[in-house]
Design a binder for this molecule. Structure first.
Ligand SMILES: [Zn+2]
Length: 490
């Protein structure tokens, strides 16, 4: 039968509703478009796929595109993918994966064709955000080079966790926020206006991260007293320390979700329990200035009266001793969480909120930054730890700190910073010199040390806070553990 005859028969069959015969005839006389249309209108995708198999890119671009149209209309990702692959059109393939939310395939595809990454990440991030997968969305926005959207997501997450009183999450998000702002800083040493703004945001958000982390403990004490009952003394001490940290750090800040009544209540309740009566009285006095629910008022009034009968002092073991100037601080310093005598910040362990025996130092400016760690890693010479004469390597326990046992409490007290031979080590000598030049706590600066001192330090006693992976020239902070017996895991 001639092709013309076949074609007219096909049209005849189609007009009479015999679509299968019509499509067969169209295929036979290689009128693929018509055949595809007939199958397409009936939604018979397998038959279209069969036709696709005999098509080729060189002669049948239009036909293949028609197949793709029907596959997409019928939401058949895998057939559409086969058709697009036949055209070898990777851009359209990526588009297809995006349209069908086939993110696994899209991400796989951009591994081999990274030029399409930008096309994928933004819709991927939007999709994640629409599906409440905010953590992943934030990462995807960053990859899509949309840091402002990533930031907006974290801000949203932060706000939500505060509203929902998930304070541990809030702390985590504030920390992420802080890092994101720091990441935007181009030059932290010579900040322009924009850099200064972002540095400030970094600092504010880091502080908030710490505050919400601490507040999480206090909040649980009040809202979930069963938790502290079950976990007993250890968790109570942590909450007490957290409340002290909060009172010192929060100052006049008013932060959403944070109830100061809870903080002062925890300080007072646990202060009384741990014989820190002065701190407890401070807390009760503060509570008098705040609005308290009537059912608490009576309890607080009674407890406040009771604590007035106790000595106006805090048990010595709770008073933080500054590791730098040895000053015994009072539990509360409303101006901040630092030593009132020398201004050294209290470095807290954020698990138990107790202060760590760390003293901050900074290498002299003329020492190249890259060299500092090498110098610290150098093992001290035999005489490296002492100024005047060779002495055997000092044992970690002999740093001049004495451990006293008061009942069951352990207390560390600095008597005289000496080594085994009764001599101060180089770092300690420098520390004492440095303190002599300092006038007030306000003029606090980390102890500046030279190469010799860096070499004399044991690397295992050094803690480094290095954020250069976030902001390349952000100053690195160095601390020495002056009581190496206390092992510190960070
Ligand atoms: Zn001090």
């Amino acid at each position: 039968m001639s092709e013309d005859l076949l074609l007219s028969q096909a049209q005849h069959e189609e007009d009479n509703g015999n679509w299968k015969e019509a499509a067969n005839l169209y295929t036979k006389c290689k009128h693929f478009k018509e055949a595809i249309d007939v199958y397409g209108k009936k939604g018979v995708l397998d038959s279209i796929l069969n036709i696709l198999k005999i098509l080729n890119k060189e002669q049948h671009t239009e036909e293949i595109n028609l197949c793709i149209k029907y596959f997409k209309e019928m939401n058949h990702h895998s057939y559409a993918k086969q058709a697009i692959l036949k055209l070898g059109d990777i851009k359209s393939l990526v588009g297809l994966h995006i349209e069908f939310h086939q993110w696994g395939e899209a991400l796989q595809q951009i591994k081999t064709t990274p030029q399409f990454a930008d096309r994928v990440y933004l819709p991927y991030a939007d999709w994640l955000a629409d599906n409440d997968k905010f953590d992943q969305a934030q990462e995807a926005y960053k990859k899509a080079k949309k840091p402002e959207l990533a930031l907006r997501i974290v801000e949203f997450l932060t706000k939500n966790s505060v509203i929902e009183k998930r304070f541990r999450d809030a702390a985590k998000y504030f920390f992420i926020l802080a890092c994101e702002y720091l990441r935007l800083v181009k030059d932290s040493e010579n900040p322009d206006k924009e850099d200064a703004k972002n540095l400030k945001k970094y600092e504010e958000n880091s502080t908030k991260a710490e505050i919400y982390h601490a507040y999480n403990y206090v909040h649980r004490l009040i809202e979930d007293p069963y938790h502290s009952m079950v976990h007993g003394a250890l968790i109570n001490e942590t909450i007490f320390n957290a409340s002290r940290f909060l009172v010192n750090s929060i100052g006049s800040l008013s932060l959403p979700g944070i109830n100061k009544v809870y903080i002062y209540y925890a300080l007072s309740l646990l202060g009384s329990k741990f014989e820190a009566y002065r701190a407890a009285r401070y807390g009760y006095e503060k509570l008098q200035t705040l609005k308290i629910s009537p059912e608490w008022q009576e309890e607080i009034d009674l407890a406040s009266l009771k604590v007035r009968c106790k000595p106006f002092s805090d048990k010595e073991s709770h008073q933080p001793v500054c590791n730098r100037c040895m000053n015994i601080n009072s539990i509360i310093n409303q101006n901040g969480d630092y030593c009132t005598a020398c201004g050294h910040p209290f470095v807290r362990n954020f698990i138990g909120f107790d202060t760590l025996p760390l003293v901050e130092f900074t290498p002299e400016n003329r020492i190249p930054k890259a060299k500092v760690i090498d110098l610290l890693k150098e093992e001290p010479d035999d005489d490296g730890r002492s100024m005047n004469k060779p002495s055997p390597k000092k044992q970690p326990s002999a740093d001049g700190w004495k451990e006293d046992i008061y009942g069951e409490e352990q207390m560390l007290r600095f008597d005289q910073p000496t080594n085994d031979d009764g001599e101060n080590d180089m770092f300690t000598i420098r520390m004492l010199e440095w303190l002599e030049t300092q006038i007030t706590a306000d003029s606090y600066r980390p102890i500046e040390v030279d190469e010799q001192i860096l070499k004399s330090l044991r690397y295992s006693e050094i803690f480094v806070v290095d954020l250069t992976h976030v902001c390349p020239n952000y100053p690195i902070r160095y601390f020495r553990n002056v009581i190496p017996d206390v092992s510190i895991g960070l």
